[in-house]
Design a protein around this ligand. Structure first.
Ligand code: CP3
Length: 348
């Protein structure tokens, strides 16, 4: 996978160990509702899941933020919940509210697990189409949800403020949760492998709810499954590049990086920048961590926050990003402004 074609992709150089200045930059949720062109394509698609499974439209929305802003990376347009959906759990999105899932049926999931990839074929086709249309200097990122974060939705049947149903199940039904993790680890390895083979340069594993677990739970439900996915993907695609995003991991970040073997780690905006610089950046590239609210409010506070990330993390390997996805009320002007400021960052 590594080779000449990727030589010009700055983000990949950072994943491979170089420090670049100014740092490469992209944004989580960069294809989304803050863009009028996304809203227009979304309206054509029908449901949100229809958009995820329509290669022509999904390719179009993946490319929209690249055309408008020229980010260093495009991220495949899809959703983490296509994996439970492909495993046969019913998933739908309620307008203005979020995802809904029917109750988990473990034996059925186990039965469907061999067929996951055939159901995800349209998403893999999107990866190939995007790669064919992207400028050669733009990195293409694939992704999946980490097992723990998927389980929080699969068990609760929806997003929850405190992930309580999945946390309870982890204590009261450890065997059931372990079985679910095994199924999701295998499906994720197959899915990420297929994305890399179709032309993704690297993949990101989103663990949005990693921060709600105790020390033991973090090891069991975040680190162990992620480590198995990273190893499984690299057994299929040698040297596969992986970014982990264990949101809210805080003091667990160094052990997460060491044990999972990720090439880069996403940093949420609550993290201590001194801690990240001293204890995490020597181990891996870091990706983050502007508070996405600054893209809503803008002004001097945005400039100062961009500068703080560059000042504190700019001495080491950095991929500039947000600490979580841009929200639908984020401003396009503020995004352009952020990008210009990162790219004009003075020598150091
Ligand atoms: O980053 C990108 O631009 C790529 C596409 C992407 C989406 N979701 C598109 C999306 C990615 C990488 C995701 C990941 C995702 N999906 C996560 C992990 C990262 C995170 O944000 O925490 C999670 C937890 C989900 C599950 C999910 N999908 C929820 C909870 C929701 C509803 C909340 C919301 O923002 O509406 C979604 C819907 C969703 N996924 C939208 C988009 C653009 C909005 C739906 C729409 O357009 O109607």
């Amino acid at each position: 996978m590594k080779g000449k074609a990727t030589d010009e992709r700055r983000l990949l150089k950072v994943l491979d160990g170089e420090r670049l200045w100014p740092p490469p930059v992209w944004m989580m949720r960069q294809a989304g509702r803050y863009l009028p062109e996304y809203r227009a394509t979304r309206a054509k698609a029908g449901s949100f899941l229809d958009l995820c499974y329509a290669p022509a439209l999904a390719t179009e929305v993946t490319l929209q933020p690249i055309r408008r802003f020229g980010f260093d990376a495009a991220i495949l347009f899809s959703d983490i919940l296509v994996v439970p959906h492909a495993l046969g759990q019913k998933v739908w999105f309620v307008e203005g509210e979020g995802p809904r899932l029917e109750p988990v049926d473990l034996p059925r999931l186990a039965l469907e697990s061999d067929r996951v990839l055939s159901k995800l074929e349209p998403v893999i086709e999107t990866v190939s189409r995007v790669r064919a249309e992207l400028p050669k200097e733009t990195t293409l990122l694939g992704f999946c949800g980490a097992p723990w974060t998927l389980i929080t939705y699969m068990v609760a049947g929806r997003g929850t403020p405190d992930q309580m149903p999945a946390r309870r199940a982890a204590f009261t039904d450890p065997k059931g949760i372990d079985r679910l993790i095994d199924i999701l680890v295998d499906a994720s390895i197959d899915y990420l492998t297929a994305q890399l083979r179709a032309g993704a340069d690297a993949v990101q594993i989103f663990d949005t709810w990693a921060g709600v677990l105790d020390d033991f739970g973090f090891q069991r439900l975040v680190i162990e499954p992620t480590k198995r996915i990273v190893a499984g993907v690299r057994a299929n695609v040698s040297g596969a590049r992986v970014i982990g995003f264990p949101k809210g991991a805080g003091g667990h970040l160094p052990v997460y990086v060491r044990e999972t073997g990720v090439d880069a780690v996403g940093i949420d905006w609550q993290a201590s920048l001194d801690f990240v610089r001293d204890a995490v950046q020597p181990l891996a590239a870091v990706q983050g961590n502007l508070d996405p609210l600054h893209l809503v409010t803008g002004g001097k506070a945005l400039d100062a926050a961009v500068d703080r990330v560059l000042d504190r993390l700019g001495e080491g390997r950095l991929i500039f990003n947000l600490g979580h996805g841009i929200t639908p009320d984020g401003s396009i002007d503020n995004v352009s402004h952020m990008l210009a400021r990162v790219r004009a960052a003075g020598r150091r």
